[in-house]
Design a protein around this ligand. Sequence first.
Ligand code: NAD
Length: 479
Amino acid sequence: MMKTSFINGVFQGQSGNVLRNINPSDTNDVIEEFARVGREEADLAISAAKASAVDWGQSNPQQRFDVLDFIGSEILSRKQELGELLSREEGKTLTEGVGEVTRAGYLFKFFAGEALRIPGQRLDSVRAGATVDITREPVGVIGIITPWNFPIAIPAWKIAPALCYGNSVVFKPAELVPSSAWALTEIISRSGLPDGVFNMLIGPGSEVGDAIIKNGSVDAISFTGSARTGASIAQQCAARMAKVQLEMGGKNPLIVLDDANLELAVDIAVQGSFYSTGQRCTASSRVIVTEGIYQDFAQLFAERTRALRVGHALDPKTQIGPVIDSKQLEQDLSYIRLGQDEGASLIAGGDLVNLKTPGYFLQPALFSDVDNSMRICQEEVFGPVVTLSRVTCYEAALAQAEDTQFGLSAGIVTSSLKHAEHYKRHASAGMVMVNMPTAGVDYHVPFGGTKASSFGPREQGSYAVDFYTKVKTAYQLPM
Ligand code: NAD
């Protein structure tokens, strides 16, 4: 049966054509079919969200806790089934899929707790006898627009705080991964939320996304996706003075110093660079190595890259699942050709892999002999394509790591406390990892970047309150 959007408490909306959700590990496998909606349904959902916003904004913390705790508990109790669905539609391995679902469950649990401790302040006024209350209030209607690479975790880390702080939601998932979004919506539909507080729209970004951005009843937009879409959203939100939060691309450096443990450094590089098929905004895509350890590191990293087992996402032996679709695969291959044209040496991988099922399988690619000004070192590929460069010392590594328009995550592998501390202080990225992969973050602390990677207040942890609330200052003299 064809699945639909969720508008004003009802699964409905059939105006557009059919969206077929194709498994990237086996393109003969049509996972589910969905009825696309358009602008008209987007406007209906926004009206429903607006109509419900005042009452929901005044709901008590227990009600919000119960809703969010219900959603989190159900996600966690069904993590295997939902993880399998996620891996089937997105292509990350089953372990990664179940891991992502688990994280989504805990995100809802975390914000269930946050609903009980929404911060405020009472201060004495500087005027005699008066007091000042500083309170956090809901923003109103939040438009949530998400990418395909984390089909449940990214929606969770936006929807959970939006509801926690008393906002209504209009959520538009990426068209490549509607099944996880629908499954999450189905759980939310049974959580006890009043009709209209949560809406989900299946449709194209250029139509449904655009309608959400342009509608004056949407008070704030939280977007994760490409820098190009993000820039256009920022401009449109500025023009109508809507609040906006953007999480975009990365070109994350991983520095390996001479004093690093070689095995540990290679493990971190392989994990951070290629797991989840390199399709993580926080993936290490530039590995920068000092010359004393370079030769041994490069040899082992290349061996490990060649040995990575690429396969069907649901095959337990698979380490690297398929690329999401033919368009992304063509982008990865074009960057591999570009790297060769620019004069870099392809020292491992880069070939298509033929398996029993037709899918978008690519052996992760490793380039050496790169110059950081090359396009493969500066532009986000968003696939399993990584560059390796040799530098003389820590200072040169830091300078090269910083030579990028992005600033999401940055890593270093070292046994030197001095360099670790210096790097944490001087890397301009929003997240710094010492002796850990650049990708892989906790659910209870802030997430986000600097420069072209992020714009607006941080996501997640207790810092999410800044985006999902507005601040009121109330003065009072005694009666
Ligand atoms: P995308 O920008 O193509 O799409 C993201 C979302 O925006 C989708 O839901 C899409 O339908 C919608 N959209 C597209 N055009 C729109 C428009 N004109 N108006 C409104 N909405 C529109 O990005 P993608 O290809 O889905 O995702 C990959 C990108 O996401 C990469 O650049 C990656 O780095 C980034 N990403 C960033 C983070 C982060 O937290 N920094 C996390 C994951 C992914």
